[in-house]
Design a protein around this ligand. Structure first.
Ligand code: URA
Ligand code: ZN
Length: 394
């Protein structure tokens, strides 16, 4: 598998599978795809998915559903492999029986999308496309229906995980009703990609028209920050030690707030008594995409991950296994082992004609520019970590 260490793997890249796109077209309220006449008099498709988004939505086209377009984008940016996920809002808005049926159909579609794609020339045992499945995580869904969908996904060889939003069954991810789901996901070895959709209360954005900037730049990452913090506080990571969670957008504000979180827990003994370790330990249990657009941010996230072993509670089994870093550079290098390149394609397309997408180039330059990471760590973030986390090509 030596070749895998030099490959570029995109683990944050989305699709609206054709069945899902057709379903969005059939709808008359958000989320929906509709056709309108543009101000220039042309017919154009628009996507309306975010709550309180301007009612004309955003432009949408084959980049969002066509596999050949995904492969062209990959070729243009020298991306060898993509682990593709359905884009938000997934099935969140459907009644439970409809969500279950569509989840299982879309999981089969995703398997076909990947398996019918090309193999990797440099490593013929691997495909160029792998995927995340979907669970029918909606209010009223039974544990049985969720667990049976986990089992379905685990039997689809090109699906390596699931993507989920932050609402769970309507009460968030710290809902006790989700216990069987965490257990089933851990047992199946599926990676959970936690991705935002709702942002935060729109009143926080004020009255000025700032387009999509505030919900996407701040709302999305804060939503992930809150959801992950609630998961940590609920003890899920203690109860499911082999559960693998991958956080979108480099974990939002969690790395920057993790010492403050730790201090607040310490001052709240009831909460503290629920957790085995200091809050900062749990960052070393998570995986983070490298979709942060800046080298300094990536370096900082890797520092926060790499210091986790310092916060293992003495006398626990985790303490016995902690490898530990000897200094701050070693710590930063250690943390990079849990970070993975992503693009967020097909979102953030360039506004004009360009050979490469700025959003992609910036994320690659960010990885290249992290102080303290050697070529070994950079290669791992670009692709090696993804090969290990998702057991690609095996
Ligand atoms: N906008 C979205 O709605 N989803 C993404 O994943 C990125 C941008
Ligand atoms: Zn995304």
């Amino acid at each position: 598998m030596a070749a895998a260490h030099r490959l570029l793997v995109d683990i944050h890249t989305h699709v609206y599978l054709p069945r899902y796109a057709a379903f969005l077209r059939s709808r008359s309220s958000a989320p929906r795809i509709f056709t309108r006449t543009s101000p220039e008099g042309k017919q154009e498709d628009r996507l309306l998915i975010l709550d309180d988004e301007p009612s004309e939505g955003r432009p949408v086209g084959p980049q969002y559903w066509d596999r050949d377009e995904k492969l062209k984008f990959m070729d243009r940016h020298a991306i060898d492999v993509s682990v593709v996920s359905s884009a938000n809002p997934w099935l969140d808005f459907l009644p439970a029986p409809d969500a279950h049926k569509l989840a299982e159909e879309l999981n089969t579609d995703m398997e076909d999308y990947c398996s019918a794609g090309p193999s990797l020339t440099a490593l013929p045992s691997a495909k160029r496309l792998y995927g995340f499945g979907l669970l029918p995580l909606v209010p009223g869904a039974s544990a049985d229906s969720l667990v049976s969908t986990v089992v379905q996904i685990s039997k689809l060889p090109h699906l390596k995980g699931i993507i989920m939003g932050t609402r769970g069954l309507g009460k968030g991810l710290d809902d006790d009703a989700l216990e069987p789901v965490w257990g089933a996901l851990e047992k199946a070895g599926l990676v959970v990609f936690l991705h935002p959709h709702y942002g935060v209360d729109k009143d926080a954005w004020g009255a000025k028209d700032n387009g999509h900037v505030l919900p996407l730049a701040l709302g999305f990452p804060f939503e992930t920050t809150v959801a992950t913090t609630r998961l940590i506080l609920s003890g899920v990571l203690d109860r499911y030690p082999s559960l693998r969670l991958l956080l979108a957008h480099s974990g939002g504000a969690l790395p920057a707030l993790s010492s403050r979180l730790s201090s607040c827990i310490e001052h709240d003994p009831v909460v503290a008594s629920r957790l085995t370790h200091d809050a900062r330990y749990y960052l070393g249990r998570l995986y983070f995409d490298a979709v942060a657009y800046g080298a300094e941010e990536l370096g900082f996230v890797s520092d926060a991950i790499g210091r986790a072993d310092k916060y293992v509670t003495a006398g626990t089994s985790a303490a016995a296994s902690g490898a530990g870093a000897t200094d701050s550079v070693a710590q930063r290098r250690l943390g990079s082992g849990r970070m993975l390149f992503g693009t967020d394609h097909p979102f953030f397309p360039p506004l004009g004609e360009t050979e490469k997408w700025k959003s992609v180039v910036e994320n690659l330059e960010a990885i290249d520019g992290v102080w303290g990471w050697t070529e070994k760590e950079k290669d791992a973030v670009r692709g090696g970590n993804a090969f290990s986390l998702f057991s690609l090509g095996s």
